[in-house]
Design a binder for this molecule. Structure first.
Ligand SMILES: NC(=O)c1ccc[n+]([C@@H]2O[C@H](COP(=O)([O-])OP(=O)(O)OC[C@H]3O[C@@H](n4cnc5c(N)ncnc54)[C@H](O)[C@@H]3O)[C@@H](O)[C@H]2O)c1
Length: 440
């Protein structure tokens, strides 16, 4: 099938590449000429494991192309996927300007049947707004044509996005047009060969499903962070508690890891956007209010531990920070807890030497002009002469560090582990003063 992917960010690029991989003819359209330039010259503007070879393969096979030309984009796809950003507005609402611009672009150009697929995470009612935007543009042109608007929220995780897309747990389709449902079944057939994974529902339920999923995951994280903070006070071990509750199949092990709070481009904004939607309908989502508040506070827990040990004034202190991306296997730093940690340490006078396996280019951009932040070329180099090591992201390569070497590199053997990567007893045996989250 001919598909246009509007937006070539984390979601659009992965979705477009995976749809090309199974044989579709995909055109990626973006307004960001820099991104499209990189893609057209054989590069990939983001870090996502497995994405580069998949793009190369499909570009070489002629199934994947990129453009900034809106006319070409709208002309190409019988299916127009909208995968543009929906960042948070100041009041917490999702900023719909990119989605609606994409819709207007379509309305200004179509003259025959097309299926418009909302892949972005969008508030309930957006499919109606997309439909209205297209209808208004058609009316201006005096063109009459049928089209369908489908909700198809995306559940991939950055860092494992290709696997998630190729082997989805479920594919949610919100549609009231049977031709559109049939087309979506055909598109997704290669991704559900072993058993049916497609859940077809009404559009509003599909839109709400995405927010409810992210809100539930964020809730688990904040819940576990509160239990970890309580365990800290009680002298209990949250890791034992995690296993003790995760073994109950009604609870399960996923998303029960305490840490320095959730970040990224989805959970924070989606929690806020769902609260905003509820407020607009005269409801307050009390659980989500607490989830957000706990998360904001959690980003400071590690810094509080540093301050408790080294004092409020960190002037002249050098602190190594491992992990900048909001989670492992991505270079995405949107709402990363590392931003808050580095800012809070810097405000107290500390000099930061940071290391991340892939997010350093992005971090250099984010911290441009921040004199207290410098970067090291390896985890060990970041620790040289540092008064403490603070771990913010759980990259695999941090798990297997030689703790003796680490102690020797550090000026003071202080390890503040925001992700509970090490066994406390082993860290102490290596001569480190070890602080983690919710463990004695
Ligand atoms: N990142 C994730 O892990 C993830 C997972 C599931 C769902 N989502 C949702 O998917 C959506 C996209 O997220 P993302 O992380 O890929 O965003 P992103 O910021 O990485 O990419 C969005 C892209 O859209 C482009 N764009 C904006 N307006 C455009 C227009 N009118 N025409 C063409 N391109 C346009 C931007 O230039 C940008 O490249 C969001 O709604 C997000 O909540 C994201």
């Amino acid at each position: 099938m001919k598909i246009t992917m509007i937006g070539t960010g984390y979601v659009g690029l992965v979705t477009g590449a995976c749809l090309a991989e199974v044989g579709n003819d995909v055109l990626g359209l973006d307004v960001d000429a820099r991104k499209i330039g990189i893609l057209q010259s054989g590069g990939v503007p983001i870090h996502e494991p497995g994405l580069q070879p998949m793009i190369e393969r499909n570009v070489a096979a002629g199934r994947l192309r990129f453009t900034t030309d809106v006319d070409e984009g709208v002309e190409h796809g019988a299916l127009q996927f909208i995968a543009v950003g929906t960042p948070p507005g100041e009041d917490g609402s999702a900023d719909m300007s990119y989605v609606l611009q994409a819709a207007r672009n379509i309305g200004q150009r179509i003259d025959g049947w097309k299926i418009i697929v909302d892949k972005s995470t969008v508030p309930v009612g957006t499919a109606d707004r997309v439909r209205a935007a297209i209808t208004a543009e058609l009316a201006k042109r005096g063109v009459q044509t049928e089209f369908a608007v489908v909700s198809n929220p995306e559940f991939l995780k950055e860092g494992a996005a290709i696997d998630d897309f190729m082997k989805p747990d479920r594919i949610v389709i919100g549609a009231d047009d049977q031709r559109a449902v049939a087309a979506m079944r055909a598109i997704y057939a290669p991704f559900q060969r072993s058993h049916e994974r497609m859940l077809v529902m009404d559009v509003r339920s599909a839109e709400l499903t995405k927010y409810a999923a992210n809100a539930m995951l964020a809730t688990r994280i904040s819940f576990m962070n509160e239990i970890a903070n309580l365990a800290d006070r009680l002298g209990a071990d949250v890791e034992a508690v995690r296993q003790g509750i995760g073994s109950d199949p009604r609870i399960g092990y996923h998303f029960l890891y305490p840490g320095v709070g959730y970040g990224g481009s989805c959970f924070p904004k989606d929690v806020k956007a769902l609260q905003y939607t509820a407020r607009q309908h005269g409801m307050s989502l009390k659980v989500l209010g607490a989830v957000h508040d706990v998360n904001e506070a959690q980003k400071h827990v590690l810094v509080d531990k540093v301050v408790a040990r080294l004092g409020e004034d960190l002037t002249g202190r050098r602190i190594a920070v491992w992990g900048l991306a909001f989670k492992p296997n991505t270079d995405d730093m949107r709402e990363a807890p590392a931003l808050v940690v580095i800012d809070a340490l810097g405000k107290r006078g500390a000099a930061i030497v940071a290391y991340d396996p892939v997010a350093m280019d992005e971090a250099r951009r984010v911290f441009a002009g921040a004199p207290h932040v410098s970067f090291a070329s390896s985890p060990a180099k970041a620790c040289e002469g540092a008064d403490a090591l603070v771990i913010v992201t759980e990259w695999k390569e941090f798990r297997s560090q030689d703790l003796d070497t680490l102690r020797r590199k550090l000026k003071q053997p202080l390890l503040f582990d925001g992700r509970n990567l090490y066994e406390p007893a082993l860290a102490r045996a290596a001569g480190l003063e070890y602080f983690s989250i919710g463990r004695p």
